[in-house]
Design a protein around this ligand. Structure first.
Ligand code: SAH
Length: 384
């Protein structure tokens, strides 16, 4: 396949030379390459800069390599490197942990590709047509690496109702997997995203260490990830709260397959409603809402929503209780999130201590010059 060339406008290569993988439409010379197609990016004088692909919207080109590669060679190289990185980090072949993110887009050098592994299954989320084009090659590479069952979950991420979520290779062999020794039933076919929020693994472990004898609220619980760790850590009672009935049904099932159903209850309700009148005897509260700021434009509303839920929770938590509060909005910086929670504490008149900043785990690396990749921000706070 002949790869077309796109030129930058004069004096636009500065940002690209800093290493950021995104090129805005205003930097590109006129071209006729369609979104979803691969292209070579050259400077105004025709010097090769990068291989990448055209995207719809204002981020008009995404860089996948700064060396000369074919897309096929590059995809294989990037996936093998990502798996090697995780192997060296000690994440692969662990009996007690079968759930890991195998590939994280820009953080692993290929925008548009996310791969999560559940045992011998991979769930692939394509965020770009250009990468989706190579889905069968990607499935073969994953199978060569020991993952013979590959499911594409991309209808939502590609915003295309014409794309069916389907197995590219193999099928579902099992549906219960271990994370840090705890059992989770994962439904990647019908569940949210790739079926499980792997990015909270280490924060869930932290919750387990502070739950002994405590009454714990897990708000925005999804399938009860945090709840199961709290129960395993000896919590006296755990409430999982989510507006999705399907998520709560799975949270109840997860509590039961781990042997904790007597200490767990699931509530299907809007969290904003629940937090307004929540009980005042929780010792530990987790707030892990969905990304309130899906774009820069709605950042202000998102900040207000983060402030509201945190202020409502802090107001009613017992003295000396712990709050683990998160934002997974790419558009909310850590500074902004911290100052939002500061405002929430002031608003409800509680004295709150910052114990520790929390973040995404090592299987979600980000390119240092692409801070957008550091999307998960958390604060461990003590409410006095
Ligand atoms: N903490 C979870 C992941 C949370 S994802 C884990 O570790 O697995 C965010 C969840 O918030 C989703 O399950 C979604 O159904 C839920 N949600 C979204 N809006 C909500 C609302 N207004 N009230 C309650 N839950 C909500």
């Amino acid at each position: 396949m002949k790869i077309p060339t796109i030129h930058l406008l004069p004096a636009k290569e500065k940002a690209i030379k800093r290493g950021h993988p995104w090129v805005f439409s205003g930097a590109l010379d006129k071209h006729s390459v369609k979104p979803g197609e691969w292209a070579e990016l050259c400077d105004h004088n025709g010097r090769f800069l990068a291989l990448g692909f055209v995207e719809p919207g204002s981020i008009a080109f995404k860089i996948a390599a700064r060396e000369i590669f074919t897309p096929e060679e590059l995809i294989r190289f990037r996936i093998e490197k990502a798996i090697e990185f995780r192997r060296k980090a000690g994440l692969l072949n662990k009996k007690e942990n079968e759930i890991i993110r195998l590939f994280f887009a820009e953080g692993d050098g290929l925008p548009g590709l996310v791969v999560d592994a559940y045992g011998k299954h991979c769930v692939v989320q394509f965020h770009s047509r250009a990468v989706f084009f190579y889905r069968h090659l990607i499935a073969e590479i994953l199978a060569d690496q020991g993952f013979p069952n590959v499911f594409s979950k991309s209808k939502e991420s590609l915003h295309d109702k014409g794309i069916e979520d389907s197995y590219l290779l193999g099928g579902k062999q099992e549906d219960v997997f271990l994370e840090n020794g705890l059992k989770f039933k994962v439904d990647w076919e019908l569940g949210q995203k790739t079926g499980f929020f792997i990015d909270q693994r280490e924060n869930r472990r932290l919750l387990g260490t502070m739950s002994e004898g405590k009454k714990v609220l897990n708000a925005f619980s999804y399938t009860g990830g945090f709840s199961i760790y709290a129960l395993a850590g000896g919590a006296s009672e755990v409430v999982s709260l989510d507006s999705s009935a399907k998520a709560i049904a799975l949270a109840n099932e997860n509590a039961s397959i781990n042997g904790f159903e007597s200490k767990h209850s699931g509530i299907i309700q809007d969290a904003f409603e629940y937090l307004k009148d929540m009980p005042t005897d929780f010792d530990v509260v987790v707030l892990d809402p969905p990304a309130f700021a899906k774009s820069q434009r709605v950042t202000h509303n998102a900040v207000q929503a983060y402030k509201r839920i945190n202020s409502m929770a802090m107001e009613k938590m017992t003295a000396g209780s712990q709050l683990l509060s998160f934002s997974c909005s790419q558009h909310i910086s850590r500074e902004l999130f911290t100052s939002t929670l500061r405002a929430a504490a002031i608003d409800c008149g509680r004295s709150v201590r910052l114990v520790q900043h929390l973040q995404q785990p090592v299987d979600h690396p980000s390119n240092l010059v692409h801070p957008e990749g550091e999307y998960l921000k958390g604060l461990w706070l003590q409410v006095d």
